[in-house]
Design a protein around this ligand. Structure first.
Ligand code: FEO
Length: 398
């Protein structure tokens, strides 16, 4: 059965307690997720978003407990990605001809996914749908937060912003609201979602936040499409967090991310870390093996950091594959305002460290120096050099 969110608005989504990988195998979801769908039952009945296709049969079994399907007057699809539109195919097969409200890009995406000629009603920012009882749905395009088709839907009277992916987290909870769930997990997952999914589009996020503030819409709740929703003081807090995250976010943290073949580059990483600690007792420091750590957790830690050191031995004139993959990920995520340098061991000609410095610069990091490399296994003297390098690096990025 659906659960009341506010007045005549009900949550009719799915909690996916088991989910551990998302976007194929690209994204780790240690705490599961939810696919939030909402039923608005005013004079008109409107369904906002659905659930992922593997849960479509369950969705279609449960939804009629809340509403006779032939009483649904409209379906709003804020975003075409299949975790939200997945059950629309089964639903619209049962209620053909019901209007589907989405952006013009949503029409293209939905046709691309399902190859159906549904009764699309393309909408733009400011377009409205009168649902009776003095209430309206107001559509707000939100392109690239995080797909070209994304939009938000605002319900007047109840002051609810249906934000789809924005502000959400991959967090399985049956509590619906953020104020009821464990805060450290909530905020870690919310930041992880931003860092790994939304960050490339931070410029659009910043502009959209300003646009929404300029619309002077009272917002009592932000109803996301994943994880917990925001109400009361949490609304302002999550809006403020997004404003910070969209503008070159950094904390007083340094990440040393490396891979190592025989332990030499790892020894360098640890000696550099000791030097950083010697120079700055307050900075948070993470030393992370790129081959042994969760990729998305590493990206989240880098998102929080003010500076990174990337390390790899030279291997076939390149960096190790795990390090190359991390840099490619960072290229796409396009974090802003972070300092960096590179380090690593080599035995022959030592290309990796120079190559890493060059890539770091190319993908938008402020490379503060030439980094440090070491021929063969680091001995005590080499480790002392790494320690001193770490000390100097901490001072440069302080
Ligand atoms: Fe949750 Fe962009 O899909």
């Amino acid at each position: 059965m659906g659960r009341r969110v506010k007045n005549n608005v009900y949550w009719v989504g799915k909690v996916d307690w088991e989910l551990r990988r998302f976007h194929g195998d690209e994204l780790s979801t240690h705490h599961g997720s939810t696919y939030n769908s909402y039923l608005v039952k005013e004079e008109k009945t409107v369904l906002i978003d659905t659930v992922w296709a593997p849960f479509s049969a369950e969705f279609m079994r449960e939804l009629p407990r809340d509403v006779a399907l032939d009483k649904i007057d409209a379906v709003v699809l804020n975003h075409a990605e299949v975790d939200h539109s997945g059950a629309a195919e089964d639903l619209l097969a049962r209620i053909p001809g019901v209007p589907v409200y989405c952006t013009p890009n949503g029409v293209k995406s939905l046709k691309g996914h399902y190859h159906k000629n549904w009764n699309f009603k393309p909408v733009r920012t400011g377009d409205t749908l009168d649902i009776g009882n003095g209430k309206k749905l107001v559509f707000i395009e939100a392109a690239m937060i995080h797909w070209p088709d994304t939009m938000f839907t605002y319900l007047t009277g109840d002051n609810l912003l249906f934000s789809n992916d924005a502000f959400g987290q991959h967090l399985a909870t049956d509590k619906i609201f953020a104020d009821l769930v464990d805060k450290p997990t909530l905020w870690f997952e919310d930041m992880k979602y931003y860092a790994n999914i939304v960050a490339p589009w931070s410029r659009m996020v910043d502009a959209k936040l300003k646009e929404i503030r300029g619309m002077n819409l009272p917002i009592d709740m932000i109803l996301t499409s994943h994880g917990a929703c925001w109400r009361g003081p949490d609304v302002a807090e999550v809006l403020d967090k997004y404003a910070q995250w969209a503008n070159g976010y950094k904390e007083n943290r340094i990440v040393i991310a490396y891979d190592s073949m025989w332990g030499g580059t790892r020894a360098m990483a640890e000696a550099i870390a000791k030097g950083i600690r010697e120079a700055d007792s307050r900075v948070e420091l993470q030393v992370l093996s790129l081959s042994r750590s969760d990729k998305n957790d590493v990206m989240t830690e880098i998102f929080r950091a003010k500076a990174i050191l990337i390390g790899s031995p030279s291997h076939n004139k390149c960096a190790l594959a795990s390090v190359g993959a991390a840099l490619e990920e960072l290229r796409g995520l396009a974090f802003k305002g972070k300092k960096a340098a590179a380090f690593g061991c080599y035995g022959w000609s030592g290309e990796a460290q120079t190559r890493l410095s060059s890539i770091l610069s190319e993908i938008g990091f402020d490379v503060v120096d030439d980094g440090i490399k070491n021929l063969w296994e680091p001995d005590a003297e080499a480790l002392d050099r790494c320690f001193e390098y770490g000390r100097q690096f901490a001072l440069k990025v302080r």
